[in-house]
Design a protein around this ligand. Structure first.
Ligand code: GLN
Length: 305
Protein backbone atom coordinates (compact mmCIF):
# COMPACT_ATOMS: atom_id res chain seq x y z
CA UNK A 1 0.00 0.00 0.00
CA UNK A 2 1.35 3.46 -0.88
CA UNK A 3 1.96 6.15 1.75
CA UNK A 4 -0.72 8.26 0.07
CA UNK A 5 -3.28 5.44 0.37
CA UNK A 6 -2.35 4.81 4.02
CA UNK A 7 -2.80 8.51 4.86
CA UNK A 8 -6.19 8.59 3.11
CA UNK A 9 -7.33 5.50 5.03
CA UNK A 10 -6.21 6.98 8.35
CA UNK A 11 -7.96 10.23 7.53
CA UNK A 12 -11.20 8.46 6.77
CA UNK A 13 -10.94 6.21 9.82
CA UNK A 14 -10.26 8.92 12.39
CA UNK A 15 -12.27 11.85 11.00
CA UNK A 16 -15.28 10.52 12.92
CA UNK A 17 -13.47 10.71 16.30
CA UNK A 18 -14.81 13.74 18.10
CA UNK A 19 -13.09 13.42 21.48
CA UNK A 20 -11.13 16.35 22.85
CA UNK A 21 -11.67 20.10 22.90
CA UNK A 22 -9.95 23.11 21.39
CA UNK A 23 -7.59 24.96 23.71
CA UNK A 24 -9.52 27.80 25.32
CA UNK A 25 -6.94 29.43 27.60
CA UNK A 26 -5.72 31.30 24.50
CA UNK A 27 -9.15 32.69 23.50
CA UNK A 28 -8.30 32.94 19.80
CA UNK A 29 -7.51 29.19 19.64
CA UNK A 30 -11.01 28.37 20.93
CA UNK A 31 -12.37 29.55 17.57
CA UNK A 32 -10.70 26.70 15.66
CA UNK A 33 -12.80 24.38 13.50
CA UNK A 34 -12.93 21.03 15.32
CA UNK A 35 -13.51 19.18 12.03
CA UNK A 36 -10.21 20.25 10.54
CA UNK A 37 -7.97 17.25 10.06
CA UNK A 38 -4.86 17.18 7.90
CA UNK A 39 -2.04 14.64 7.52
CA UNK A 40 1.30 14.85 5.74
CA UNK A 41 4.47 12.83 5.28
CA UNK A 42 7.67 14.25 3.78
CA UNK A 43 10.53 11.89 3.00
CA UNK A 44 14.26 12.55 3.06
CA UNK A 45 14.18 11.90 -0.70
CA UNK A 46 12.08 15.03 -1.11
CA UNK A 47 8.69 13.41 -1.67
CA UNK A 48 5.60 14.90 -0.04
CA UNK A 49 2.28 13.14 0.58
CA UNK A 50 -0.74 14.73 2.24
CA UNK A 51 -4.48 14.51 2.59
CA UNK A 52 -7.47 16.13 4.31
CA UNK A 53 -7.17 19.76 5.37
CA UNK A 54 -3.58 19.94 4.25
CA UNK A 55 -3.57 23.62 3.35
CA UNK A 56 -5.33 24.94 6.45
CA UNK A 57 -2.79 26.90 8.46
CA UNK A 58 -2.46 26.74 12.24
CA UNK A 59 -0.10 28.29 14.76
CA UNK A 60 2.84 26.08 15.71
CA UNK A 61 2.52 26.78 19.45
CA UNK A 62 4.85 24.37 21.28
CA UNK A 63 5.77 22.62 18.04
CA UNK A 64 8.05 25.64 17.53
CA UNK A 65 10.13 24.76 20.61
CA UNK A 66 12.50 22.12 19.17
CA UNK A 67 13.44 24.56 16.40
CA UNK A 68 14.15 27.53 18.67
CA UNK A 69 16.15 25.20 20.91
CA UNK A 70 18.27 24.28 17.86
CA UNK A 71 18.77 27.98 17.07
CA UNK A 72 19.99 28.64 20.61
CA UNK A 73 22.43 25.71 20.36
CA UNK A 74 23.69 27.08 17.07
CA UNK A 75 24.11 30.63 18.42
CA UNK A 76 25.45 30.00 21.90
CA UNK A 77 26.62 26.40 22.06
CA UNK A 78 25.58 23.43 24.11
CA UNK A 79 27.44 24.34 27.27
CA UNK A 80 25.88 27.76 27.70
CA UNK A 81 22.37 26.66 26.73
CA UNK A 82 22.43 23.81 29.22
CA UNK A 83 23.88 25.93 31.99
CA UNK A 84 20.42 27.54 31.96
CA UNK A 85 18.06 24.73 30.87
CA UNK A 86 18.23 21.02 31.76
CA UNK A 87 17.66 17.84 29.77
CA UNK A 88 15.29 15.93 32.08
CA UNK A 89 11.59 15.24 31.59
CA UNK A 90 9.72 17.20 34.25
CA UNK A 91 6.81 14.78 34.68
CA UNK A 92 4.64 17.88 34.98
CA UNK A 93 2.27 19.70 32.63
CA UNK A 94 3.79 21.86 29.87
CA UNK A 95 2.91 25.09 31.66
CA UNK A 96 3.92 24.02 35.17
CA UNK A 97 5.74 26.43 37.43
CA UNK A 98 6.19 24.26 40.56
CA UNK A 99 9.35 22.38 39.61
CA UNK A 100 11.25 25.65 39.07
CA UNK A 101 11.26 26.14 42.81
CA UNK A 102 13.08 22.87 43.37
CA UNK A 103 16.79 21.94 43.12
CA UNK A 104 18.75 23.96 40.54
CA UNK A 105 15.95 26.40 39.60
CA UNK A 106 16.76 25.66 35.96
CA UNK A 107 13.81 24.71 33.78
CA UNK A 108 13.87 20.94 33.32
CA UNK A 109 14.08 20.99 29.51
CA UNK A 110 13.53 23.25 26.46
CA UNK A 111 10.25 21.54 25.44
CA UNK A 112 8.14 22.88 28.33
CA UNK A 113 7.11 26.52 28.63
CA UNK A 114 9.67 27.51 31.28
CA UNK A 115 12.53 26.04 29.22
CA UNK A 116 11.28 27.52 25.97
CA UNK A 117 10.92 30.99 27.51
CA UNK A 118 14.54 30.69 28.70
CA UNK A 119 15.53 29.63 25.16
CA UNK A 120 13.69 32.61 23.68
CA UNK A 121 15.85 34.92 25.85
CA UNK A 122 18.88 33.36 24.11
CA UNK A 123 17.79 34.48 20.63
CA UNK A 124 19.79 37.65 20.71
CA UNK A 125 20.19 40.59 18.33
CA UNK A 126 20.22 44.40 18.44
CA UNK A 127 16.47 44.89 18.23
CA UNK A 128 13.24 42.99 18.75
CA UNK A 129 12.67 43.00 14.99
CA UNK A 130 16.07 41.43 14.38
CA UNK A 131 15.48 38.80 17.05
CA UNK A 132 12.18 37.89 15.43
CA UNK A 133 13.86 37.96 12.00
CA UNK A 134 16.37 35.38 13.21
CA UNK A 135 13.80 32.77 14.04
CA UNK A 136 11.63 33.58 11.01
CA UNK A 137 14.65 32.97 8.76
CA UNK A 138 15.28 29.69 10.56
CA UNK A 139 11.64 28.57 10.05
CA UNK A 140 11.96 29.49 6.38
CA UNK A 141 15.04 27.28 6.04
CA UNK A 142 13.22 24.37 7.68
CA UNK A 143 9.97 24.70 5.73
CA UNK A 144 11.33 25.93 2.41
CA UNK A 145 8.97 28.90 2.28
CA UNK A 146 8.31 32.17 4.06
CA UNK A 147 5.91 31.58 6.95
CA UNK A 148 3.66 34.23 8.49
CA UNK A 149 2.67 35.05 12.04
CA UNK A 150 -0.93 35.01 13.27
CA UNK A 151 -1.01 38.42 14.97
CA UNK A 152 -4.49 37.70 16.35
CA UNK A 153 -3.30 34.59 18.20
CA UNK A 154 -0.17 36.45 19.33
CA UNK A 155 -2.25 39.31 20.80
CA UNK A 156 -4.69 36.86 22.36
CA UNK A 157 -1.94 34.91 24.13
CA UNK A 158 -0.07 38.05 25.17
CA UNK A 159 -3.20 39.43 26.83
CA UNK A 160 -4.04 36.29 28.78
CA UNK A 161 -0.62 34.77 29.57
CA UNK A 162 -0.62 35.25 33.34
CA UNK A 163 0.89 31.83 33.97
CA UNK A 164 3.69 32.30 31.43
CA UNK A 165 4.33 35.77 32.86
CA UNK A 166 4.70 34.25 36.32
CA UNK A 167 7.13 31.68 34.94
CA UNK A 168 9.18 34.40 33.24
CA UNK A 169 9.39 36.47 36.41
CA UNK A 170 10.49 33.45 38.41
CA UNK A 171 13.12 32.75 35.72
CA UNK A 172 14.34 36.34 36.15
CA UNK A 173 14.44 35.89 39.92
CA UNK A 174 16.71 32.86 39.51
CA UNK A 175 18.93 34.66 36.94
CA UNK A 176 18.00 32.28 34.15
CA UNK A 177 16.85 35.19 31.97
CA UNK A 178 17.76 38.89 31.99
CA UNK A 179 15.76 42.07 32.59
CA UNK A 180 14.06 42.07 29.18
CA UNK A 181 11.24 39.93 30.53
CA UNK A 182 8.44 41.40 28.40
CA UNK A 183 10.49 41.27 25.20
CA UNK A 184 11.49 37.66 25.91
CA UNK A 185 7.83 36.74 26.44
CA UNK A 186 6.79 38.57 23.27
CA UNK A 187 9.39 36.63 21.29
CA UNK A 188 8.12 33.41 22.81
CA UNK A 189 4.48 34.27 21.93
CA UNK A 190 5.60 35.24 18.42
CA UNK A 191 7.32 31.94 17.68
CA UNK A 192 4.29 30.11 19.10
CA UNK A 193 2.17 32.12 16.61
CA UNK A 194 4.09 31.16 13.46
CA UNK A 195 1.64 29.88 10.84
CA UNK A 196 2.19 26.65 8.95
CA UNK A 197 0.12 23.89 7.37
CA UNK A 198 0.73 20.15 7.80
CA UNK A 199 2.81 19.98 4.63
CA UNK A 200 5.14 22.68 5.98
CA UNK A 201 5.38 20.91 9.32
CA UNK A 202 6.11 17.54 7.68
CA UNK A 203 8.92 19.13 5.64
CA UNK A 204 10.30 20.76 8.80
CA UNK A 205 10.24 17.32 10.46
CA UNK A 206 11.87 15.74 7.41
CA UNK A 207 14.64 18.34 7.69
CA UNK A 208 15.37 17.01 11.17
CA UNK A 209 15.16 13.45 9.79
CA UNK A 210 17.72 14.54 7.18
CA UNK A 211 20.39 15.79 9.61
CA UNK A 212 19.27 19.41 9.39
CA UNK A 213 19.15 19.79 5.60
CA UNK A 214 15.78 20.49 3.97
CA UNK A 215 15.38 17.54 1.59
CA UNK A 216 13.45 19.61 -0.98
CA UNK A 217 15.46 22.86 -1.12
CA UNK A 218 18.76 21.24 0.03
CA UNK A 219 19.30 24.23 2.34
CA UNK A 220 20.71 23.77 5.81
CA UNK A 221 18.33 24.79 8.60
CA UNK A 222 20.48 23.72 11.57
CA UNK A 223 24.02 22.31 11.74
CA UNK A 224 23.85 18.51 11.75
CA UNK A 225 25.78 18.31 15.03
CA UNK A 226 22.76 19.75 16.91
CA UNK A 227 20.14 17.41 15.47
CA UNK A 228 20.81 14.55 17.90
CA UNK A 229 20.30 16.92 20.86
CA UNK A 230 17.01 18.20 19.43
CA UNK A 231 15.70 14.70 18.71
CA UNK A 232 16.81 13.29 22.06
CA UNK A 233 14.90 15.96 23.92
CA UNK A 234 11.86 15.55 21.68
CA UNK A 235 11.95 11.84 22.43
CA UNK A 236 12.22 12.17 26.21
CA UNK A 237 10.33 15.43 26.80
CA UNK A 238 8.43 16.43 23.63
CA UNK A 239 5.08 15.07 24.79
CA UNK A 240 5.55 16.36 28.37
CA UNK A 241 3.95 14.13 30.96
CA UNK A 242 2.84 11.65 28.27
CA UNK A 243 6.36 11.26 26.85
CA UNK A 244 6.72 7.79 28.39
CA UNK A 245 3.45 6.54 26.98
CA UNK A 246 4.25 8.09 23.60
CA UNK A 247 7.68 6.41 23.53
CA UNK A 248 5.96 3.13 24.38
CA UNK A 249 3.11 3.36 21.87
CA UNK A 250 4.68 5.38 19.02
CA UNK A 251 8.41 5.20 19.62
CA UNK A 252 9.40 8.35 17.73
CA UNK A 253 10.77 11.75 18.71
CA UNK A 254 7.79 14.09 18.46
CA UNK A 255 6.39 17.44 19.53
CA UNK A 256 2.87 18.69 19.91
CA UNK A 257 1.29 22.14 20.02
CA UNK A 258 -2.00 23.16 21.68
CA UNK A 259 -3.32 24.34 18.31
CA UNK A 260 -3.71 20.59 17.62
CA UNK A 261 -0.58 19.85 15.64
CA UNK A 262 1.88 17.01 16.27
CA UNK A 263 5.01 16.28 14.29
CA UNK A 264 7.25 13.25 14.49
CA UNK A 265 10.65 12.38 13.05
CA UNK A 266 11.82 9.04 11.67
CA UNK A 267 15.58 9.64 11.51
CA UNK A 268 17.05 9.02 8.06
CA UNK A 269 13.61 8.39 6.61
CA UNK A 270 10.74 10.86 6.97
CA UNK A 271 8.88 13.58 8.82
CA UNK A 272 5.21 13.18 9.74
CA UNK A 273 2.70 15.89 10.69
CA UNK A 274 -0.92 15.78 11.77
CA UNK A 275 -3.24 18.70 12.50
CA UNK A 276 -6.60 18.41 14.23
CA UNK A 277 -7.58 21.04 16.84
CA UNK A 278 -9.37 19.00 19.56
CA UNK A 279 -6.76 18.22 22.24
CA UNK A 280 -6.73 16.09 25.38
CA UNK A 281 -6.05 17.28 28.92
CA UNK A 282 -2.29 17.19 28.35
CA UNK A 283 -2.42 19.39 25.26
CA UNK A 284 -2.07 16.78 22.49
CA UNK A 285 -4.34 16.41 19.47
CA UNK A 286 -6.65 13.43 20.02
CA UNK A 287 -6.85 12.45 16.34
CA UNK A 288 -3.15 13.18 15.98
CA UNK A 289 -2.22 10.65 18.67
CA UNK A 290 -4.45 7.98 17.08
CA UNK A 291 -2.88 8.54 13.67
CA UNK A 292 0.68 8.37 15.02
CA UNK A 293 0.00 5.19 16.97
CA UNK A 294 -1.50 3.43 13.99
CA UNK A 295 0.99 4.74 11.44
CA UNK A 296 3.91 3.72 13.61
CA UNK A 297 2.48 0.24 14.05
CA UNK A 298 1.53 -0.24 10.38
CA UNK A 299 4.87 0.94 9.00
CA UNK A 300 7.04 -0.34 11.89
CA UNK A 301 8.40 3.17 12.46
CA UNK A 302 9.35 3.03 16.16
CA UNK A 303 13.09 3.61 16.51
CA UNK A 304 13.56 0.38 18.50
CA UNK A 305 11.59 -1.72 16.02
N1 GLN B 1 1.89 29.20 23.55
C1 GLN B 1 1.43 28.10 24.33
C2 GLN B 1 1.66 28.36 25.81
O1 GLN B 1 2.62 28.92 26.17
C3 GLN B 1 2.14 26.85 23.89
C4 GLN B 1 1.72 25.63 24.70
C5 GLN B 1 1.64 24.35 23.92
O2 GLN B 1 1.51 24.31 22.70
N2 GLN B 1 1.65 23.25 24.64
O3 GLN B 1 0.88 28.00 26.64
Amino acid sequence: MSIQAILSDLHQKYQIYTDGQCATYIPELAKANTNHFGLAVATVDGELFSCGDDDVTFTLQSASKPFTYGLALQNLGREFVHSKVGVEPSGEAFNSIVELEKSTHRPYNPMINSGAIAISSMIRAKSFGERQGKFMEMFENYSGRTLGIDEGVFASEKKTAHRNRSIAHLLRHFNIIGDDIDETLDLYFKHCSVLADVKDLAVMAATLANKGVNPRTKRSAVPGQHVADILSLMFTCGMYDSSGEWAYTVGLPAKSGVSGCIFGVVPGSMGIAVFSPPIDGKGHSVRGQKVFQELSKTLGLGIFK
